[in-house]
Design a protein around this ligand. Structure first.
Ligand code: EPU
Length: 421
């Protein structure tokens, strides 16, 4: 098992460039399976989850080629199978977008239950509700989800919970359905807008993405033939911004969309962290005379504070002056990493969905585990702030979602090495 060894205490400084959004890319590669011709997708990060996604698409019969500049050329016109039963489907969460894509293409689809990070129940009832509304029947048998429609047609769908995955999946399935689909109570995350923009560039007619009402007017053909560039990763950017504040450093994060980062920058300013913003960059630094202040957080769907920055932010709060609260509203069990943080000396109490963090503890290095992707990133951040040496094991979970993590961290001055056993 590979691990990272971090010797804490270095102040991060300099510039780091953010890669393309993992979660947008997962939706966009899946949506591309719906197209009638080839397309090119730029700014796809070279990370494990997306490489798995590419393998699954190839197994379906799509032609996929990675250019030297990292862009993917994708031709789905050779797909013959509506069954995504490659074993790797079970390894990632985003594989469930193939249900929407294959349903839209063949009026039927069958995939293994998707995998992904484990932080409690991850139901997909809202995806199913949407497919059923479009005219499909849904069955779950032998670990596979099967959807099939005689005739896929537009419908008015009101989501019971704000779900990123269900919004994207229904949007993809409806892109070629007959008539107009309206998704109400839709999620508004930047990557939903990105998937809609991608499909529109390829010939779809989707309006309202980024608001809570999305209208999809089905088209018969998606001629494709265009190039599309994926948005920067909001969570990767946030992770480096938090690392800068945590090490009392001075980091400029480049290739970001500052508007997407406002849920974080607003809270950073509240905590006494200095933030400056340009067209596509954000500088984060701590004035030496300023003290990091405690703050209370609630994770929420966008534009609320993102759950995917919750663990990294909790680490930062352990170094603030005073007591903070972190309320996790999205996932039922996303505080598993707190036990590891406590072994590093943090004073955190969990009460249901709230973590109460007593700031000012001195963190010390020890051996901890990456429980999931973001929890793993949080452990690395804790290691940067800790005295002595921290070993983070199970780092494959971190490398599922952060491109060139070690290289970027080292470039900023972190003392971090990868150990392969
Ligand atoms: N939910 C339902 N029913 C559904 C779908 C969701 O009850 O049918 C509930 C979930 O249990 C959860 C809430 O709705 O409480 C939100 O879930 P959502 O569907 O929005 O999450 P997701 O699409 O499965 C994506 C990201 C996650 C990120 C969440 C929330 C991908 C592949 N994953 O998951 O990203 O935490 O949105 O923003 O896009 C990560 O990148 O580390 C990650 C976990």
């Amino acid at each position: 098992m590979s691990s990272y060894i971090i010797r804490g205490g270095n102040r991060l400084a300099g510039e780091v460039s953010v890669s393309g959004s993992k979660n947008a890319a997962l939706g966009i590669i899946s949506a591309a399976m719906l197209l009638d011709g080839p397309c090119k997708i730029e700014n796809i990060p070279d990370i494990a989850d997306l490489n798995v996604m590419v393998e699954i698409c190839k197994a379906l019969g799509a032609q996929v080629k990675r250019d030297p500049d990292g862009a993917l050329t994708l031709d789905p016109s050779t797909i013959t199978s509506w069954e995504a039963t490659h074993d790797k489907v079970r390894h990632i969460r985003g594989s469930y977008y193939l249900l929407g894509a294959l349903l839209g293409r063949f009026s039927k689809a069958s995939i293994y239950m998707p995998g992904g990070c484990n932080f409690g129940a991850r139901p997909i009832d809202q995806h199913m509700k949407g497919f059923e509304a479009l005219g499909a029947t849904v069955t779950i048998e032998y670990g596979k989800i099967n959807v099939e429609a005689q005739h896929l047609h537009g419908e008015h769908i009101f989501l019971d919970v704000v779900s990123v995955g269900a919004t994207i999946n229904i949007m993809i399935a409806a892109a070629k359905a007959e008539g107009t689909t309206v998704i109400e109570n839709a999620a508004r995350e930047p990557h939903i807008v990105d998937v809609a923009n991608f499909l529109n560039t390829m010939g779809a007619n989707i309006r309202g993405a980024g608001t809570d009402v999305i209208r999809i007017t089905g088209v018969q053909q998606l001629p494709a033939g265009a190039t599309y560039s994926i948005i920067p990763d909001q969570i990767e950017a946030g992770t480096y911004m938090l690392a800068a504040a945590l090490t009392r450093g001075d980091v400029t994060v480049r290739n970001v969309i500052p508007r997407h980062m406002e849920p974080l920058t607003a809270k950073m300013e509240e905590m006494n962290i200095s933030v400056d913003t340009g067209d596509d960059w954000i500088r984060v630094w701590m004035e030496p005379e300023r003290e990091l202040l405690a703050a209370n957080f609630k994770t929420m769907p966008y534009p609320g504070f993102p759950t995917d920055l919750q663990p990294q932010t909790t680490v930062l709060l352990t170094t603030a002056k005073g007591s903070s609260k972190m309320l996790e509203n999205v996932w039922e069990n996303r505080f598993q990493y707190v036990d590891d943080l406590k072994t590093m000396g943090a004073d955190v109490m969990i009460a249901g969905h709230v973590a109460i963090i007593a700031g000012g503890s001195a963190l010390t290095g020890t051996k901890v585990t990456a429980r999931d992707l973001r929890a793993g990133a949080a452990m690395v951040l804790a290691g940067l702030a800790a005295d002595g040496e921290t070993e983070v094991t199970d780092i494959n979970k971190i490398e599922r979602g952060y491109e060139n993590f070690i290289k970027k961290m080292r470039h900023l001055g972190a003392d971090i090495t990868r150990m392969d056993s």
